[in-house]
Design a protein around this ligand. Structure first.
Ligand SMILES: [Zn+2]
Ligand SMILES: [Zn+2]
Length: 84
């Protein structure tokens, strides 16, 4: 037992970087112009590769919302197109 560390926080693999701890930089890896050599620390887990269940739930909810907004915008755009 190590120093009675309280470890009842559950962790989940980071969904942003799939647990790698880093993601492609904004330049996409080729011809990187941001001095990150194609990679940068994951902004969600900060290179840890995992986040707390709470963070995971928040991120999932935010992504769901984002996806819903995107789908709505796309549907509106397509409707506009088909309506002429
Ligand atoms: Zn870059
Ligand atoms: Zn991550």
């Amino acid at each position: 037992m190590a120093d009675g560390e309280d470890f009842d926080t559950d962790f989940a693999p980071c969904p942003r970087c799939s647990g790698w701890g880093h993601i492609d930089c904004h330049c996409g890896g080729d011809l990187c112009v941001c001095d990150n050599y194609g990679e940068r620390d994951c902004p969600l887990c900060h290179g840890e590769g995992e986040i707390t269940e709470e963070q995971h739930a928040r991120w999932t909810e935010a992504k769901r919302q984002h996806d819903a907004d995107f789908a709505a915008a796309r549907a509106a755009y397509e409707k506009e197109q088909s309506d002429g």
